[in-house]
Design a protein around this ligand. Structure first.
Ligand code: SF4
Length: 65
């Protein structure tokens, strides 16, 4: 089972992940991501990988890879 995770020592709230994965990530009032915590389904995996690669600070990752 794969899940999105955030390294809070790296994330600086660009919000790109919420734009790329609106079903899995929302933003709090300060613009930092809030994960649903739901497993990434096979159908979501390609988009999740794209978001991981696009994170400007390499804070977003997929567990289980
Ligand atoms: S794209 Fe990366 S740095 Fe930006 S909010 Fe998401 S996890 Fe944080």
């Amino acid at each position: 089972m794969r899940k999105l995770e955030i390294d809070w020592t790296r994330c600086d709230g660009h919000g790109l992940c919420a734009t790329l994965l609106p079903d899995d990530v929302t933003l709090d009032e300060w613009g930092f991501p809030v994960l649903t915590g739901a497993p990434v389904t096979a159908g979501e995996l390609a988009n999740a990988r794209r978001a991981v690669l696009a994170c400007p600070t390499l804070a977003l990752r997929l567990s289980g890879l």
